[in-house]
Ligand binder design. Structure first.
Ligand code: PSU
Ligand code: MN
Length: 314
């Protein structure tokens, strides 16, 4: 079986990414909403640059994904990262927004869902982010469930995150992932991690302890013809975590502020992330950056393990 294939012609890919994919070398996709709408400037562009460096140091090629002038780009240069980090006109783009932003020739930062879709069109199977979207608290009334989950149900990319924040309903998110046939692999832990905290009170559906085990699950799923993603949840390092009892009250306050300001739809997650940074005086940002860097280290290892495994069967 060969995993190398011709990328979609509508993508602007860097020579480096094209060459790596053609040679069967490891590539790691990175999202851009975390840059434009997930963290303040200039920490956001510093994070994006550092994460790319960590992936290179880990022996893989980073491919940050975004839309520039309506064109999907796979792999960005420093100027593009700076633009995404600082330009207020950059839109948050999930999959439903892709056609419009392309048709209008706008700049867009891709969510987990849109990044997965574009990564898959490019032939990239490993993707690193911070936190997944999921089922929001109160979704029984609002129906607010992230398209990240929809995309995980049908696009064959492994997504490495630090779990989901308790701005979401973690229990309902796990139930939905089960319904959507998405394996959720907790890395080195029996508990599903809650982004800022290693602990969520929810048992992890499955546990893995090495990058090779992650790669073996990816290969087994896709070899069976089961389309869709694999969610790898990697707990924040102990030294960087904000314990659940500290962050929970802050999240409650951010949720109350969101309700007071009547914020909903695609603005909900960015508002909550921004409020948590404000209320914690930046402590949440430090933790957020640490967990993304930790995920980047694991992502490079997973991409290497998966390319090694698939090369054997070529
Ligand atoms: N959670 C975070 N940081 C983020 C996001 C989520 O801790 O930056 C971003 C990701 O891009 C994710 C998106 O895909 O928010 C989900 O948005 P929504 O809930 O509107 O689907
Ligand atoms: Mn939503």
């Amino acid at each position: 079986m060969s995993t190398a294939r011709t990328p979609h012609p509508g993508l602007a890919m860097t020579d480096e990414v094209v060459a790596a994919l053609a040679d069967g070398r490891p590539v790691v996709a990175l999202e851009s909403t975390i840059i434009s709408h997930g963290m303040p400037y200039p920490q956001n562009v510093q994070m994006a640059t550092t994460v790319e460096r960590i992936i290179r140091d880990g022996g893989a090629v980073p491919a940050t994904i975004a839309l520039l002038g309506g064109k999907p780009h796979i792999g960005l240069d420093a100027d593009a990262l700076e633009l995404l980090a600082s330009d207020e006109n950059v839109l948050k783009v999930s999959v439903r927004d892709l056609p419009y932003v392309m048709a209008r020739g706008l700049h867009g930062a891709t969510t987990v869902a849109a990044t997965m879709r574009l990564a898959s069109l490019a032939g990239i199977t490993t993707f690193v982010t911070g936190g997944l979207g999921g089922v929001h608290r109160g979704a029984q009334q609002t129906f607010d469930t992230s398209a990240d989950l929809t995309e995980l149900s049908h696009t064959s990319v492994a997504v490495i995150s630090a779990g989901v924040k308790s701005i979401l309903d973690i229990g309902l998110t796990l139930e939905t992932l089960e319904t959507l046939e998405v394996p959720v692999l907790a890395y080195g832990t029996d508990e599903f991690p809650a982004f800022f905290s290693r602990s969520s009170g929810h048992a992890a559906p499955m546990r893995v302890d090495t990058p090779s085990e992650v790669a073996a699950v990816m290969k087994a799923k896709w070899d069976l013809g089961i389309g869709g993603g694999v969610s790898v949840v990697n707990p924040i390092p102990e030294a960087d975590e904000i314990p659940a009892d500290q962050i929970d009250g802050i999240i409650e306050q951010a949720l109350a502020d969101m309700e007071k300001n009547a914020i909903h739809g695609k603005d909900a997650t960015p508002f909550l992330l921004g409020r948590i940074v404000e209320i914690t005086g930046g402590a949440s940002l430090t933790a957020n950056i640490a967990l993304v860097e930790n995920n980047a280290r694991l992502g490079a290892e997973v991409a290497k393990a998966f390319t090694a495994l698939t090369a054997q069967s070529r």
